[in-house]
Design a protein around this ligand. Structure first.
Ligand code: FES
Ligand code: FES
Length: 186
């Protein structure tokens, strides 16, 4: 009988340290849709979850959850931000606006909302809150954005229904209405 060669077991890989527990809780103070908000939040809490689950502002939709679709866009200090890529703690001291801030209660539709309505800029509506917030930011600039800026802004949003044509028409109508009285640029 041939003697068998002793087999030396391979060394066991070093044990992976366990994932760290959330590093803690923080008090944040911010303004959401014009109202002051103070909240205790975990370090890792996403802004989208904070808005939807803690503040019950479910108009902000969550689609891809990794910054691709734009459905979760809100305005932070006037700038469109993807709330699925933003931590709630990053908004300390900020002024936030969600889609619920547009025409609250019985207020008339904003020019952007009216244009999306009149141009049929939506079908299922899942992407619409994100488009509305980005479009709102475009109508709040000092000067009318040019075609490149508009295309850049829209490129951050996905819509699976409309084919974008009516969304672009709606945005054009909203910009026409907003900047109608603006001085033409030299
Ligand atoms: S859910 Fe945030 S970009 Fe898609
Ligand atoms: S209207 Fe359905 S995804 Fe845009």
């Amino acid at each position: 009988m041939t003697p068998t060669t002793p087999v030396t077991p391979a060394p066991r890989p070093a044990r992976t340290p366990p994932l760290a527990e959330p590093s803690g809780w923080h008090e944040i103070r911010l303004t959401v849709n014009g109202a002051p908000v103070t909240a205790q939040v975990e370090s890792r809490l996403l802004l989208s979850d904070f808005l939807r689950d803690r503040l019950r502002l479910t108009g902000t939709h969550v689609g891809c959850e990794h910054g691709v679709c734009g459905a979760c866009t809100v305005l932070v200090d006037g700038a469109p931000v993807r709330s699925c890529l933003t931590l709630a703690v990053q908004c300390e001291g900020a002024e936030l606006r969600t889609v619920e801030s547009l025409a609250p209660g019985d207020a008339p539709l904003t020019p952007v909302q009216r244009a999306f309505h009149e141009c049929h800029g939506m079908q299922c509506g899942f992407c619409t809150p994100g488009f509305l917030m980005t479009a709102t930011a475009l109508t709040e600039q000092d000067a009318r954005p040019d075609d490149t800026e508009v295309a850049d802004a829209l490129s951050g949003h996905l819509c699976r229904c409309t084919g974008y044509r009516n969304i672009r028409r709606a945005l054009g109508q909203a910009l026409d209405a907003t900047y109608a009285d603006a001085e033409p640029e030299e």
